[in-house]
Design a protein around this ligand. Structure first.
Ligand code: SF4
Length: 704
């Protein structure tokens, strides 16, 4: 067959790079960066460059789930069954559980890896077909604190910036993020921007000395969890020096006096003590940020994965509002999303705390609008369980059936003992997945093979609100089907069982996208001027798109609140949910490796991606190791109050004293007969965003 090329999008991170898939119509043979895509202009990182190696015949043969399968009993080997049998049996079991225990006994747990069209189908499946409010996404672990931070301070869940602001900024503050590893193409843009701009300032706030921090003019190596104290100290310095944008504050904001009162006691000397950094560095950072012509902040899980995640987000946004560093080129608070379509999930409202088109499940009028749009009366009318809450409800026996799509909670959720207890207790676990050997697959009663990258059709939205097309190059492996189609087909059988017409009536992904588009009409993310034809002809576009793409928000100083004024959010600094003690003296953080992705279900299929780091390790400071008489490579127990893992020690000067760090990717298969690193982590979550505190666990580290 002749060689062909298909333009699509990388399925890994929220940078959302465009790719050109090389194939012969049956097999993917290569991949390269799309020179026309405005996220990456042809560049790809190591993960993206090797994407085609995740779709080889060997990977498809040995690692993909290719046929529907069923377990006769828990622990039994799955037996291949037909789609017809799988769909019928799952629909019958859902109907039976729903009839006996009510709609709220069913939970749907989905993924920021899904396409916007898949999200829309699952949202209708949960709320319109099954009638349960309990739908949430693994994006809860990723960006829900950023969502709530934007909504509270600016009035809408809308990152106001564009990637081009990286080139335009005079000062960049990176907080709780390591783009050198987690968003490599943005880091390349940052490096290039610095090279071309003498006097450019880069400030990095991170408890670890990362590759990003190595590039910084100033690295504030704070104690884990003290970000709010640092922002209060920075703001105190800004106010003390008279660097506030007084006209902007007066014309465009509310609540500055209360915030001034809050930070009055946060002199840089006090913040320095709490955060473990020098007072002079706080003054310096405040000066660069406030007095630069334009200052941009880039932030990610270090702020989000926290029991005070929303407070961390709003404390940083306060700094932007107080200095007027927002709504102009090169300035603004820019949350980087982890997953390729966390944004699309937010837009389509496929989460417990969101409704389509950035509507709010706490508002009856928003439910009424969705009922009218979908033509379905009697939607649940309330917020459902978020991720941690959903698994806790299942562990208590309240949720009886869990349908999981495109994610691996038996590895990725915190406090694994509780999560696995929940999966064991459920009467029905349905797993819809592309890859066969995930930790969650062991708990599934039904395994449904899902199409994946290179086989799927739809759209995704990246961190800068840019919607890109995802296109299929080859047929789906084996009997795999598109995620939206699996939800639609089982949903239709449930609807039939309830004596009504199908409520997910779509013949293709574009039908679902058009329904999603309708839900944005008149909203902050209005895309009613956009179509797939426009995306195909003109390339990726940024929302809102009524008459054209929108690179930057709030340029007129009018925010998305009812009165158009941004809000200073006054939140005191709070310590982490648990603190270190003589029994558990180390503050454990988790983070990414450069070349791996999440639970490695895809990236782990490429041997060369292990060349950068090939085995799980716990990194600690050499001084701590010497004090505890621990040597490089020695096996240790890393133990929290929830569980323990055994890992070799790696001595690392980049980890601060009393700190420890483990890459997030390693699961059971790499750490022996244990629960992976999330045996140790904490399920405590932010009261506003419900995002769990994966970035801080108090642990003991002792010889094994
Ligand atoms: Fe893919 Fe992210 Fe790498 Fe771009 S930066 S190639 S989106 S993993």
């Amino acid at each position: 067959m002749s060689m062909q090329e298909t333009k699509s999008t990388c399925p890994y991170c929220g940078v959302g790079c465009g790719v050109v898939i090389e194939h012969d119509g049956t097999q993917i043979t290569g991949v390269r960066g799309d020179p026309d895509h405005p996220a990456n202009f042809g560049r790809l990182c190591t993960k993206g460059t090797n994407l085609h190696l995740t779709a080889t015949p060997v990977v498809i043969q040995h690692q993909r789930l290719r046929e529907p399968a069923k377990r006769a009993a828990r622990g039994a080997t799955p037996e291949v069954i037909s789609w017809e049998q799988a769909n019928r049996e799952i629909a019958d079991k859902l109907l039976a559980i729903r009839a006996e225990h009510g709609p709220e006994s069913i939970g749907i747990y989905i993924s920021g890896q899904l396409l916007t069209e898949d999200y829309h189908a699952f949202n209708k499946l949960a709320r319109a077909v099954l009638g349960t409010p309990h739908i949430d996404s693994n994006s809860r672990l990723c960006m829900s604190s950023a969502v709530v931070g934007y909504k509270q301070a600016l009035g809408a869940d809308a990152p106001p910036c564009s990637y081009e602001d990286i080139e335009l900024a005079d000062c960049i503050l990176v907080s709780g993020a390591n783009p050198a590893w987690a968003h490599p193409i943005l880091f390349r843009r940052l490096e290039a921007a610095r090279n071309g701009k003498p006097g450019h300032k880069l400030i990095v706030i991170d408890p670890r000395k990362t590759e990003t921090a190595e590039l910084a003019d100033l690295h504030l190596q704070i104690r884990p969890g003290t970000d709010v104290a640092l922002c209060h100290g920075l703001l105190h310095a800004v106010i003390w020096q008279g660097w506030t944008a007084d006209k902007f504050i007066a014309q465009h904001t509310e609540g500055f006096d209360a915030l001034k009162e809050l930070v009055r006691d946060w002199a840089p000397s006090r913040a320095a003590q709490v955060c473990g950094v020098s007072e002079a560095d706080i003054w310096q950072a405040a000066e660069w940020f406030a007095t630069s012509p334009s200052a941009l902040s880039l932030y990610c899980q270090g702020l989000n994965q926290s029991s005070s995640g929303t407070a961390k987000n709003t404390a940083l946004i306060n700094l932007h509002l107080a200095t007027g560093q927002i709504g102009k080129p090169g300035a603004g608070p820019f949350s980087l999303t982890g997953q390729p379509n966390a944004m699309g999930g937010r837009e389509s409202g496929g989460m417990a705390t969101l409704l389509p088109g950035h509507r709010d499940p706490a508002k009856a009028e928003d439910w009424a609008e969705i009922e009218a749009l979908w033509g379905v009366p009697g939607l649940p009318g309330k917020r459902g369980h978020t991720a941690v809450e959903m698994f806790e409800a299942a562990a208590r026996g309240e949720i009886k059936a869990l349908w999981i799509a495109c994610t691996n909670p038996a590895q990725s959720m915190p406090d694994q003992a509780t999560v696995r207890q929940a999966l064991e207790r459920c009467e029905l676990v349905v797993l819809q997945e592309a890859f066969a050997h995930t930790a969650t697959a062991k708990y599934a009663d039904y395994l449904l093979p899902a199409a994946t990258w290179g086989e799927k059709e739809g759209t995704v939205t990246n961190s800068e609100r840019r919607i890109s097309r995802v296109r299929p190059a080859v047929p789906a492996a084996g009997e795999s089907r598109a995620d939206w189609r699996i939800a639609r087909d089982i949903g239709a059988l449930v609807d039939a069982g309830l004596g009504r017409a199908p409520r997910i009536a779509a013949d293709g992904a574009e039908d679902l996208w058009l329904e999603h588009r309708d839900a944005t009409r008149g909203r902050d993310l209005d895309i009613t001027g956009l179509s797939w034809a426009t995306l195909d002809a003109d390339g990726p576009q940024q929302w809102p798109y009524v008459t054209g793409s929108t690179p930057r928000l709030y340029t007129d100083g009018r925010f998305a609140t009812a009165d158009g004024r941004a809000r200073f959010i006054t939140r005191p600094y709070q310590a982490t949910a648990e603190t270190t003690s003589p029994q558990r003296p180390f503050a454990l953080t988790t983070g990414r490796m450069r070349d791996q992705w999440h639970g490695m279900s895809r990236s782990g299929s490429v041997p060369k991606l292990f060349a950068h780091e090939g085995r799980p390790l716990v990194r600690i400071n050499p001084g701590d190791a010497a004090a505890a008489k621990l040597a490089e490579g020695e096996l240790v127990h890393v133990r929290s109050s929830r569980g323990a893992v055994v890992l070799p020690i790696k001595l690392d000067e980049n980890i601060a004293p009393a700190g420890a760090d483990i890459a997030m990717h390693w699961g059971d298969e790499f750490i022996g007969a244990q629960l992976g690193i999330n045996a140790v982590t904490h399920g405590a979550f932010c009261p506003d965003s419900k995002q769990p505190e994966l970035k801080f666990s108090a642990v003991a580290i002792e010889p094994a």
